[in-house]
Design a protein around this ligand. Structure first.
Ligand SMILES: [Zn+2]
Ligand SMILES: [Zn+2]
Length: 188
């Protein structure tokens, strides 16, 4: 059963990631087509919006289906995992995936009976892999001071850092500040 794209629930177009490859599945093995993407912001999945998606790809008819190979660049907005600054990451995606045709049971990717190839699930998986280790604004990002929270790329806060684990330091501070009486103080 083909996946239904509920366009009304998405502010951005998702259908653009569905390619009509009917003329490729209709051709013999060895037939290939070059194409490219150059898209502004688009919704790839319910949990993934890309700022852009561009790059060349190739579709080749094989005996098993349609082989997609591409070198795409995906723009992903997020924040630096070290200094928390909002940033736009450019993730290179090397795609090489066989979309079986006709769809065989148990395969992850296939071309639908209607000749449509849905790029979204593959793209979502590749973007998740490419961003699995988090985003970093620059390779030498100095991150945040664990004591005062200053962005060390912008300022030298001058904090004296001892060897205490910052999480333990925070806990110690909480213990120091805890009131003598125990029990929650709830406002009515
Ligand atoms: Zn950073
Ligand atoms: Zn500091």
């Amino acid at each position: 059963m083909a996946a239904q794209v509920n366009e009304t629930s998405h502010p951005l177009k998702q259908r653009v990631l569905r390619l009509n490859v009917g003329d490729i599945t209709g051709a013999g093995p060895g037939y290939r087509q070059q194409a490219s993407l150059d898209m502004p912001a688009l919704q790839v999945a319910g949990d993934l919006v890309l700022a852009f998606l561009r790059g060349p790809f190739r579709l080749s008819r094989t005996r098993e289906g349609v082989l997609l190979q591409g070198e795409l660049l995906a723009g992903l907005r997020g924040e630096c995992g070290r200094c928390l600054t909002p940033m736009l990451a450019e993730l290179p995606l090397q795609l090489e995936e066989l979309f079986t045709y006709p769809v065989a049971s148990g395969v992850e990717f296939g071309v639908g009976e209607d000749g449509m190839l849905d790029l979204a699930p593959l793209l979502r998986a590749e973007v998740l892999i490419a961003s699995a280790n988090g985003l970093v604004c620059k390779t030498d990002c100095r991150g945040l001071c664990p004591q005062c929270g200053a962005n060390l790329n912008d300022t030298d806060c001058g904090c004296q850092l001892d060897d205490v684990d910052p999480r333990l330091a925070a806990l110690r501070q909480l213990l120091d500040e805890a009131p003598a009486t125990s029990g929650p103080e709830l406002e009515p």
